[in-house]
Design a protein around this ligand. Structure first.
Ligand SMILES: [Fe+2]
Length: 239
């Protein structure tokens, strides 16, 4: 499915509706969690105590635009802006995902990028996967939009998605769908996967560059998962 110009425009309006953010000069790279380190050049920052006064963050040259991935059949336009994807206290392991959106052309973080996030519940079900029982208009379950801040940063809380079967020996491992839009950049449709998922090798769509490692963290006695997923957008083709 391709997005119409009107849909693109609506994405831009959504960003404008919550105010225009200017990128802060001291925007930092996302600090890696645990042993995960997508950008080894930033290890010094990760080990530094916060608050950390850093030079203006620049994406390392070798970091490429984030790879795309299939949209899948379950995207819905118009999810609400909220930092928690799932309803309160639903079944599943709590997970925190955070990261920054970057411009590949400028090597700088991008403020005001809009990320559509959608996923299955802990049982591998989407809110619109049963044609006989579609979601009510305006009701969005396990979907959100988030906006990057003045440092290109975003975060959301959710639960670890369930895997689901799509064929006799074909599975979709746990994954989270992303559609990232920013004026002046090519829309990115992609998915986030998790290292160690037993179904990763049963999936024909997964890409190695989209797999992150989750760190187990104790919060108030409960084990949660935390991961970092930075997104690098390619500039839109000039006409
Ligand atoms: Fe999916």
């Amino acid at each position: 499915m391709s997005l119409s110009r009107r849909e693109l425009f609506r994405g831009g309006l959504a960003a404008a509706g919550v105010g225009t953010l200017a990128l802060r000069a001291d925007a930092l790279p996302t600090l890696p969690s645990g042993t995960l380190n997508r950008y080894p050049e930033f290890q010094a920052l990760a080990d530094a105590p916060l608050p950390f006064v850093a030079p203006t963050a620049v994406l390392p040259d070798k970091v490429k635009p984030t790879e795309n991935n299939i949209l899948g059949p379950y995207f819905r336009e118009g999810a609400p802006f909220r930092a928690k994807v799932t309803p309160p206290l639903v079944k599943g392991t709590t997970m925190l995902i955070r990261g920054r959106v970057w411009g590949f052309d400028t090597k700088k973080p991008l403020a005001n990028a809009v990320l559509d996030i959608w996923q299955a519940d802990a049982d591998g079900r989407y809110d619109n996967d049963d044609p006989k029982n579609p979601p009510a208009k305006g009701v969005y379950v396990n979907r959100t939009r988030v906006l990057t801040d003045e440092t290109g940063y975003y975060e959301y809380e959710t639960i670890h998605p369930g895997a689901y079967k799509i064929g006799p020996d074909a599975w979709r491992p746990a994954h989270i769908h992303y559609l990232v839009r920013k004026v002046g950049y090519t829309n990115l449709i992609t998915q986030l996967y998790f290292k160690g998922d037993k179904f990763n090798d049963k999936d024909q769509f997964i890409k190695a560059s989209l797999i992150i490692e989750l760190e187990k963290v104790k919060v108030n006695g409960s084990a949660i998962e935390s991961g970092v997923f930075d997104v690098v957008l390619a500039a839109a083709q000039k006409k």
